[in-house]
Design a protein around this ligand. Structure first.
Ligand SMILES: C[S@@+](CC[C@H](N)C(=O)[O-])C[C@H]1O[C@@H](n2cnc3c(N)ncnc32)[C@H](O)[C@@H]1O
Length: 359
């Protein structure tokens, strides 16, 4: 033990453990940019299934500069993203990393997660300013990496769980969708969830809405590319004022906690749902108490919440700022205050909880 002042006793071993943990974390922070670099330059895709490659071979295959690629590969090897063979000087992307870094259809696909993290860090000086005064910072004000990374990250979870687990967990909803239902997907961002549902249920029609017009433009383009525009419409509208009534199903994917006035949004859902309708709320996985969220998933979500979700809510009227780790009890309060009488948790994954609310 040593003493740094009259009152504070410091355990030097613990101090050094913390310092070396920080070295690892700084490496991981920089790796966020390196993963986006590898994704954007096609480095992972060129390594995928190619067997061992030298930096020159990888640079040649991707049309990039060997000196950068060599340095990038060494950083990837130090972080165990690729393996390095000192006898040949070649680098290999292992099968598991190949799936996680290059297969957009895998539930383990990661580039979007890194992209939204990078975008959040890029905008962090604005959040530092906002935190000094309590001002908000809107979702629409962020760099494009936040919007696109968000879509790419969440889409993998929706692909993996929406049709197989989440919708079937709701009372009678799949049968209605198969027969032909009218659905509002509120806070839809780039419309990944809207388009997925439209592809799965050809007898149903869908209205996706979001207050961010840039996201709605992207959603429209993607609906066109997916060939579902006959049954899918997108509109720019806040959650408290989207159009239409008599919906069989209203969905909100990872957005209720981002809203300034989630209770106002809940009231609008209640007004626009048909009498036997269902509101499905997908929220980030969280326990009610802080101590339940002090784990790696909670750490990532509290980080996103500080840099994205809380400022987004504070930028809007009311500014309730639920935060990404609101937990079931607070979501239930919001839903109940919005006039719903039934509320239950119906499914969960390592990243999400799904709730069902009924009038
Ligand atoms: C984390 S993103 C999720 C987007 C999309 N649902 C998804 O899962 O990919 C949150 C979304 O909520 C939208 N949003 C925030 N406040 C809103 C409001 N008051 N009304 C409508 N949309 C809102 C943002 O524009 C953003 O697209």
């Amino acid at each position: 033990m040593t003493t740094t002042g009259p009152a504070v006793q410091v355990d030097v071993d613990k101090l050094m453990q913390f310092v070396f943990r920080a070295v690892d974390e700084v490496g991981a922070t920089l790796n966020t940019a390196l993963v986006v670099m590898g994704d954007r330059l096609g480095l992972y895709r060129a390594l995928a299934g190619a067997g061992p490659l030298s930096p020159a071979e990888l640079a040649e295959r991707t049309g990039t500069a060997e000196r950068y690629v060599r340095e990038w590969l060494n950083a990837q090897a130090a972080g165990e993203y690729v393996t390095y063979d000192p006898d040949t000087g070649r680098y290999t992307l292992p099968p598991e990393q190949t799936v996680a870094l290059t297969d957009p259809d895998s539930p383990a696909y990661l580039p979007g997660f890194f992209q939204i993290a990078l975008g959040s860090v890029l905008d962090s000086p604005k959040i530092v300013e906002a935190a000094a005064t309590g001002a908000g910072f809107g979702w629409h004000e962020h760099v494009h990496d936040v919007h696109e990374g968000c879509e790419r990250f969440f889409r993998t979870g929706y692909n993996a769980h929406l049709m197989s687990e989440w919708l079937p967990a709701l009372d009678d909803v799949v049968a209605k969708l198969e027969r032909g239902a009218v659905v509002a997907d509120v806070g839809c961002g780039h419309g990944a969830s809207t388009i997925l549902m439209a592809q799965a249920f050809p007898n149903s029609t869908f209205v996706g809405s979001d207050y961010h017009d840039g996201s709605i433009e992207t959603a429209r383009r993607q609906a066109q590319e997916a060939g579902v525009t006959a049954r899918v419409r997108f509109e720019t509208a806040p959650a408290g004022a989207y159009n239409g009534t008599g919906y069989d199903l209203v969905t909100m994917f990872d957005c209720l906690h981002d809203m300034g006035d989630p209770v106002g949004a809940a009231r609008h859902v209640r007004r626009t749902l048909g009498p036997d309708g269902t509101w499905m709320i997908v929220e980030p996985k969280a326990g009610d108490r802080v101590e339940e969220n002090l784990n790696p998933v909670g750490r990532a979500f509290y980080g996103f919440s500080t840099l994205l979700c809380t400022p987004a809510s504070l930028s809007q009227d009311v500014g309730l700022a639920l935060g990404a780790q609101a937990g079931e009890a607070r979501i239930r309060d919001v839903v109940t205050a919005g006039g719903f009488t039934r509320f239950r948790r119906v499914a969960e994954t390592p990243f999400n909880i799904v709730y069902e609310a009924r009038p």
